[in-house]
Design a binder for this molecule. Structure first.
Ligand code: SF4
Length: 345
């Protein structure tokens, strides 16, 4: 059964789920590596967009199982296909283009989005990105003279734009109804962004960082780039989940860290690197990630075992992907992996 079933677990999961993992990773590595395991059953312990991305890249003989199908992501739900299409057309027509099919403005879509929005991105010549490679993807397009429409996280868009040195007149956040803000010179704007956010990371505020610095003056503060720009500016650095892991793990014993991201990951980091002081800036937990419990995972594994044994139904646990969604989303995900790998060479 072990080689037949591959359990892929996101970093924000509880240690009881991490203990069952064949792979513990961020959303990029889940997408890039889980389907490549070749296992006929891939069980994804994370939220829905992660399971959908694995399913889009899975082979025809692989089945992708999500133990808690109701575990979504509020940020991903902030834009659907209809609104994404309308907003992309609005941006392109404001630039004097024809809407869908234009190649001057490319969609760049955060992994934290529905499969239908990723599929639109692939059809429209864009790519998916994660917090770990947003900078590489954004600079890839800007260096080629493209403008970018980023969905759905405005904070990741603005923090990445700042890293790349874009000025305030070169970015524009769409209004909540998807229309462009008034008074902007659209010809100057290189990065348009949807007005979405992560409710978990939005909880970290500059005052939390100030209080932490006062209590731990020697500590280095790292926050996730889904935090608001004011918080990102107040930190010593921003990094994706795996970026935080790499930086803290490679630091000297005895160093002190204040970390602004999901609490289960921070606690696991602190426990695994006991010779460094790793503390959360505040306790922020993602309720959707917590819907995967040991009981739900056991039930999913039992359903897989019954399916293998006698073809019993997997119920609603199998992630269904339409051929159109698979084709478009796989194109956008594969573009992300190609650009990320080229940038790393
Ligand atoms: S932490 Fe934020 S972005 Fe990640 S799944 Fe939870 S709500 Fe979505």
């Amino acid at each position: 059964m072990r080689d037949e079933v591959f359990v892929a677990v996101h970093h924000y999961q509880d240690p009881s789920i991490v203990a069952r993992a064949d792979l513990v990773a961020d959303s990029y590595r889940l997408a890039a590596e889980a389907a490549k395991s070749g296992a006929p059953y891939v069980v994804v312990c994370g939220v829905r967009f992660m399971a959908e991305s694995v399913a889009a890249l899975a082979g025809p003989e692989q089945r992708v199982i999500h133990p808690a199908p109701e575990a979504g992501c509020p940020m991903a739900d902030m834009i659907d296909l209809e609104r994404a299409e309308r907003a992309l057309k609005a941006v392109r027509s404001a630039l004097g283009r024809d809407g869908l099919g234009d190649t001057e403005t490319v969609p760049l879509t955060y992994m934290n989005s529905s499969l239908s929005v990723k599929a639109l991105t692939g059809r429209e010549g864009g790519a998916v990105c994660t917090s770990g490679n947003a900078r590489a993807l954004l600079s890839h397009y800007l260096e080629r003279g493209k403008r970018v429409f980023f969905m759905p996280d405005a904070n990741l868009a603005l923090n990445t734009a700042r890293d790349l040195g874009l000025g305030s007149g070169e970015t524009a956040i769409l209004r909540r109804d998807g229309s462009l803000p008034e008074g902007i010179d659209t010809r100057m704007v290189k990065l348009f962004a949807w007005n979405g956010f992560c409710p978990v990371h939005r909880g970290f505020l500059p005052r939390d960082l100030a209080a932490f610095r006062a209590a731990h003056p020697g500590a280095r503060i790292l926050v996730h780039p889904e935090c608001v720009p004011e918080t990102a500016r107040a930190a010593d650095g921003t990094a994706s989940t795996e970026g935080i892991l790499r930086e803290v793990a490679s630091a000297a014993p005895g160093t002190q860290w204040g970390i602004g991201t999901e609490i289960r990951f921070v606690e696991r980091l602190a426990a695994s690197l006991g010779d460094r002081l790793v503390l959360p800036l505040r306790r922020e937990a993602c309720p959707d990630m917590a819907l995967i419990t040991p009981k739900r995972l056991e039930e999913a594994l039992a359903a897989v075992a019954a399916h293998r044994r006698d073809g019993a139904s997997l119920g609603g646990l199998e992630v269904a992907v339409s051929p159109t969604e698979r084709e478009g989303a796989a194109k956008a995900l594969e573009a992300m992996m190609a650009i990320t790998e080229a940038a790393a060479r």
